[in-house]
Design a protein around this ligand. Structure first.
Ligand SMILES: Nc1ncnc2c1ncn2[C@@H]1O[C@H](COP(=O)(O)OP(=O)(O)OP(=O)(O)O)[C@@H](O)[C@H]1O
Length: 259
């Protein structure tokens, strides 16, 4: 075992240019297994680009991405997924005309190595059905088992999306603004749900809502101008001079209790 394999996810001097413009400028980050990380930063800092580099949507210009110590930079998204990293694509992962149960079963079957086209032959796969049922309880949609995804409320669709994202059994989960568009009370409930369903997993979120950041994250990675300028506990990040300067007059500096 190399030292790097102790991290669930590691970025090493990661760089990404679009044309002549360098957007990610030597990002470094080392996330321990089981940590919950929020990635924050001003608009255009490169947060989504970082997620795209980690999930394989973009190939880095240089540098490395390691998942449990194994290089994943340059691999395709489905390969990275098979290696244990799963990313939510907001509600676009959902099949609107399938029921809650069927959506979850698809994600479970996918992880077992089947293709969606074989689904009808696998209806009696007890294992997948049981796992889908368990997931449905975890995301509290068991009473909506046979409701088509398109007929769920927005918050329920987001919960289903989280269920689909974790359904494959990945150990590292990337969620993009998981509570975007939710009311305050929905957000509070959803943070608890995310915490519950990601116990024992490594979680990275890109997040703008400071209430969510401080409610969810063990550590915060602050991305400014394509670099991780701070990676620390919420308290230390809030007190960090460089972070305060980057966010001068904005909500990180102003959030007193974090909620
Ligand atoms: N495919 C692309 N081609 C060219 N430029 C891109 C591409 N994707 C992102 N960029 C540029 O990279 C920069 C960082 O964008 P990114 O979306 O990663 O920032 P962000 O921190 O996620 O911003 P926000 O908080 O506003 O979502 C922006 O200037 C953006 O225009």
């Amino acid at each position: 075992m190399t030292a790097a394999s102790t991290y669930a996810l590691e970025l090493k001097d990661l760089r990404k240019s679009f044309g002549k413009t360098e957007i990610i400028r030597g990002a470094n980050l080392a996330v321990a297994p089981g940590e919950r990380i929020a990635v924050i930063g001003p608009n255009g800092a490169g947060k989504s680009t970082l997620f795209n580099l980690v999930s394989g949507r973009f190939e880095p210009t240089s540098g490395q991405v390691l998942l449990h110590g194994q290089r994943i930079d340059g691999k395709r998204p489905f390969e990275i997924n098979r290696m244990g990293l799963s990313r939510s694509f907001q509600i676009t992962n959902i099949f609107p005309k399938l029921s809650v149960f069927e959506n979850l079963r698809c994600s479970v079957l996918w992880s077992l190595g089947y293709r969606y086209t074989f689904l009808k032959f696998l209806a009696d796969l007890d294992d997948a059905n049981e796992r889908a049922d368990r997931l449905m309880e975890m995301i509290r949609l068991d009473k909506k088992r046979d409701v088509l995804a398109m007929n769920l409320t927005y918050a329920e669709q987001r919960a289903l999306e989280v269920g689909i994202t974790i359904g494959g059994g990945a150990s590292v989960i990337l969620l993009d603004e998981p509570t975007a568009g939710m009311s305050r009370s929905e957000t509070r409930r959803f943070i608890e749900l995310i915490k519950e369903v990601t116990v024992g997993k490594t979680l990275l979120t890109v997040e703008h809502d400071m209430g969510v950041v401080f409610g969810l994250a063990d550590r915060i990675a602050v991305v400014v101008y394509g670099e991780v300028i701070a990676f620390d506990t919420p308290e230390n990040v809030r007190a960090n001079q460089r972070v305060q300067e980057a966010y001068l007059g904005s909500h990180v500096a102003e959030t007193p209790g974090g909620h």
